[in-house]
Design a protein around this ligand. Structure first.
Ligand code: GTP
Length: 601
């Protein structure tokens, strides 16, 4: 295919603005897929994507379209809409020359529309603005036009108005793609340079690639720039949208390569070249930094081996996740996993359950703090003077800590203006600092806040939705670490610490978190022969306390008369219950009590 007849583009939009629906329409118009209801959202291959209706991993599809008597090859690269996956978005964008910016006419510009537009600009993409869902009764077409012009500087007359659902004006998008978006700039005569931009497993590893220079064919010997491993190419092809063999992939094309690789060998963002013909690396990708950490454990401990295998398999396919083994007296053996964000974590645990059939317990998510320590010997012992710690059990002694730092984010919130006051109260409670606010239209305001990540990983989004009756949207990007007073909140039962319940948090939040934990424990621990004191402390200061008075337990007491079998059953049940007890300072703490504190939801 001549390079001038190729267009590589993506669709970027806020969640639910209709990206997958538009992709389906474009594939139908070009005859790539037949018109039928079953074809809904063909790009969303993963089961979890279909279930939740959002795109997680990038997918690609090629289509042919005739325009002014010439046949064009259009490669659509699907990108996720959510910020947690912005590394996936950036990667996909680097294989495109243009982007369709899709905005829902009833919703207008949202937080992620802005974030995605900026990503596209960073990648120097030509942007085609499109207003979708013009068929809706509450479509505000003129207002949305105004917003796009004001926010992105795109002239009114260049903005298309469509209904992806009904196909209205969708053909003109294809015409515009050819007219307005540039073809890729590449050279087929040059040595092969190929960008690995994704991979997935389907009976063998399938590597999704963009060929930047040269040609790749089955039989070629290739080498990875990053790992220096070498492979033989077994098959090349394009996605139409199912895999379709092609005898070669040329510069400017997007498609797949099957090699004798293991899936674990493919590094997303890597450059591949012909063996012995070295080239310069393509874009250097930042390895995504995990931001949110949580423990993952199998509900049934005897299932650990299978659980471990599933975690390994799923993580190989997900470059954003960091895996460490972990164990905990309440849950047994498991893993501590790092994620790019909360949604990423949710999707991961859902995939673990739906695709791998694993029954899991996850713990409340936390973040990684930085800790500057003093003393030559201490530094030597820890291997550095600046420690990155997400696990409270690894927190150093207070007397060697010089300064702690916490991760911050820059958040963009779009909310109905009438909700501004409660929204500001929420952000202030969460230690946020307002940086900027301005109205997008007469009813909505955009707020930019600097917030500690630790304050948004837990239920911030739920609160935001509640305050704004579901209308508020939120998006964030990483910012730097800032100095903060981080403390280790210890939980004690009769003076003995329950290590796995210790929490790292900002000193201003310690009391509230402590109160919440001790009251949960109180609710879940039965009276026993001894008095039980439950405390939450920072250093030696007690911030919260609950007392459970002693009580001689007599399981038979509540039974009338002499129903022996019932009494036996009850005693047996109590016996069974004992197995799940944990002995702390001579007090029997049910596993369930600890789970009630650690577990999410
Ligand atoms: P993510 O993959 O999560 O980013 O979502 P998406 O942007 O791909 O949205 P999707 O295509 O799943 O559409 C979201 C919802 O909007 C679906 O229920 C669609 O049926 C609906 N929708 C999409 N386009 C239109 C349209 O033109 N008109 C109407 N009325 N509904 C539409």
């Amino acid at each position: 295919y001549e390079t001038r007849l190729i267009r590589n583009f993506c669709i970027i939009a806020h969640i639910d603005h209709g990206k997958s629906t538009l992709a389906d329409r474009l594939l139908e118009i070009t005859g790539t897929i037949p018109k039928s209801k079953e074809n809904r959202q063909v790009l969303d291959k993963l089961e979890v994507e279909r279930e939740r209706g959002i795109t997680v991993k990038a997918a690609a599809a090629s289509m042919f379209y005739e325009y002014k008597n010439e046949k064009y090859l259009l490669n659509l690269i699907d990108t996720p809409g959510h910020v947690d996956f912005s590394t996936e978005v950036a990667r996909s964008l680097s294989a495109c020359q243009g982007a369709i910016l899709l905005v829902d006419a009833s919703q207008g510009i949202q937080a992620q529309t802005v974030a995605n537009f900026l990503l596209a600009c960073d990648s120097f993409l030509e942007v085609l603005a499109v207003i979708n869902k013009i068929d809706l009764k509450d479509a505000k077409i003129n207002k949305t036009l105004e917003q796009i012009t004001k926010e992105f500087g795109i002239p009114n007359e260049n903005i298309l108005k469509i209904s992806a659902k009904h196909g209205t004006n969708c053909t003109s998008i294809l015409d515009q793609i050819i007219e307005k978006l540039p073809p890729p700039v590449c050279d087929r005569q040059q040595n092969l340079r190929l960008l690995v931009f994704d991979s997935y497993y389907e009976s063998c590893p399938i590597v999704i690639v963009a060929v930047m220079d040269g040609v790749i064919r089955p039989g070629d010997k290739i080498q990875s720039k990053l790992t220096t491993k070498t492979y033989t190419v077994l098959e090349t092809g394009i996605f139409a949208p199912e895999r379709m063999r092609a005898e070669a992939l040329y510069a400017g094309q997007v498609g797949y390569v099957i090699c004798d690789t293991k899936i674990s060998d493919t590094v997303v963002g890597d450059t591949w070249h012909h063996l012995g013909i070295d080239v310069k690396s393509l874009t250097s990708f930042k390895i995504p930094r995990p931001m949110v950490f949580a423990g993952f454990y199998p509900i049934d401990e005897s299932n650990y081996n299978q659980f471990e295998q599933s975690i390994e398999r799923l993580s190989l396919n997900d470059t954003g996740v960091r895996v460490q083994t972990d164990s905990n007296p309440a849950f047994g053996k498991g893993f501590r996993l790092g994620f790019l964000g909360l949604l990423h974590m949710e999707i991961y645990s859902q995939r673990l359950q739906s695709e791998f059939g694993q029954q899991i317990i996850t713990t409340i998510p936390g973040v990684a703090y930085k800790c500057k320590i003093i003393g030559k010997d201490n530094i030597k012992q820890h291997g550095s003077d600046l420690l990155l710690i997400s696990d409270s059990m690894k927190w150093p002694d207070t007397n060697i800590i010089q300064q702690c730092y916490e991760p911050m984010v820059l958040g963009q919130i779009v909310s109905p203006t009438i909700c501004s006051l409660p929204l500001k109260i929420l952000c202030t409670e969460r230690r946020g600092v307002l940086i900027e606010e301005y109205s997008i239209d007469e009813k909505r305001t955009l707020f930019k806040y600097k917030l500690p990540l630790a304050e948004i990983v837990y239920d911030f989004f739920d609160q935001l939705k509640q305050i704004t009756s579901g209308y508020g949207t939120f998006d964030y990007e990483d910012s730097d670490y800032e100095a903060a007073n981080i403390v280790k909140l210890k939980i004690l039962i009769n003076q003995e610490s329950i290590d796995e319940l210790a929490v790292l948090c900002h000193s201003a939040r310690a009391k509230a978190i402590g109160q919440d934990i001790v009251s949960k424990l109180r609710e879940n621990i039965d009276r026993q022969q001894y008095k039980i004191t439950i405390q939450a402390c920072v250093h030696s200061h007690v911030l919260a306390r609950e007392i459970i008075q002693p009580y001689k337990k007599d399981v038979g007491a509540k039974l009338y008369g002499g129903d022996k079998t019932r009494l036996m059953k009850l005693l047996k049940r109590q016996e069974e219950g004992k197995e799940r007890m944990r002995q702390i300072a001579n007090i029997e703490v049910p596993r369930q009590a600890i789970i009630s504190v650690l577990k999410r939801n």
